[in-house]
Design a protein around this ligand. Structure first.
Ligand code: PMV
Length: 304
């Protein structure tokens, strides 16, 4: 039996603009998704994924690996297990795909680079859901904090300590692909305006990357606020997100924004140490749930 796990992710800055070639900054979270591959006596392929709403990513990953190594992948039972709910928007589809491709490569006894795991996994997720920048696949593959651009053309590990962030979950699951499509429609109808927003977000990401390197979290907080304004202009925020963001800011956060596609899912607040408790309390009082996960987690790995 082979067991592999891959981390979930939290998008810090650059959502939506990253789909159109601008950079983003993502960090892996220490909530992991595990995949075990076990040999069967017969030649069937059985997928046991009680927490995953659909097993398309697992089945498609099997196809990808078959095609890549031109070897039959059968006579296996696959079990998946997640340490986090797929509703958080932590990238369970990307994590399960990366873990699956890695596990099957081990199963076939092949070797290769993380870059190849990324390529095969990104190809798999694109086939299943069409669209998506692949930042979540990169986070699951390499882990840590990454500066990411252009469908993986640029993936640079950032040697920065985990930011002092509080994660607030709205309690509502958002459908990433619908929101990505809506932003695409907006870009079709107002190309200049939307491209300008993407450029501005890209610049904020560059600036944040510099200030993160210096550990200037107060400045990064300000950049979160500016980024959130542009996300509002794109129409991807929601009342619930705004309520949690406002509560965090009023309680002393340096800055706060939504994380991921928007619509719902999570918000993140950069917060000085002495305001953490107050900000957490305010998020809960505004109807949110505080998620406690550490950041910069390790990328995909074999556990057993
Ligand atoms: O909703 P999430 O956490 O999967 O993030 C989506 C981020 C987008 O930039 C909107 C889409 C993408 O694939 O980059």
């Amino acid at each position: 039996m082979i067991t592999v796990s891959a981390p979930g992710k939290l998008l810090l800055m650059g959502e939506h603009a990253v789909v159109y070639g601008r950079p983003c900054i993502v960090t892996a979270v220490n909530a992991r998704l595990s995949v075990s591959v076990e040999k069967r006596r017969d030649s069937g392929v059985v997928i046991d994924a009680p927490q995953v709403s659909d097993t398309k990513f697992v089945s498609r990953a099997i196809e990808t690996v078959r095609a890549r190594w031109k070897e039959e992948v059968s006579g296996i039972t696959v079990h998946t297990k997640s340490e986090f709910s797929s509703s958080f928007g932590f990238g369970s589809s990307a994590a399960v795909t990366v873990a699956m491709v890695f596990a099957l490569r081990e199963f076939l006894g092949k070797k290769g680079t993380p870059g190849e795991i990324f390529e095969l996994s990104y190809k798999t997720t694109k086939e299943v859901q069409r669209g998506g920048s692949g930042f979540d696949v990169a986070a699951a593959t390499w882990g840590g904090a990454l500066y990411y651009k252009n469908e993986g053309e640029v993936v640079e590990p950032m040697a920065v300590p985990p930011p002092p962030i509080i994660i607030g979950y709205t309690g509502v699951k958002a459908d990433t692909m619908t929101i990505v499509r809506d932003v695409g429609k907006k870009r079709d109808s107002e190309p200049q305006k939307v491209e300008r927003i993407f450029d501005a977000i890209g610049k904020l990401v560059e600036e944040a990357r510099m200030h993160m390197g210096e550990g200037d979290w107060e400045r990064v907080g300000k950049l979160f606020d500016f980024n959130q304004e542009y996300l509002r202009d794109l129409g991807v925020s929601s009342e619930k997100l705004e309520a949690l963001i406002l509560a965090a800011k009023n309680a002393g956060a340096w800055g706060a924004k939504l994380s991921g596609a928007g619509g719902s899912d999570c918000m993140i607040a950069i917060t000085p140490q002495d305001r953490r408790q107050a900000v957490e309390k305010a998020i809960v009082a505004a109807g949110g749930e505080v998620l406690r996960f550490s950041l910069n987690a390790e990328g995909v790995r074999r556990d057993a």
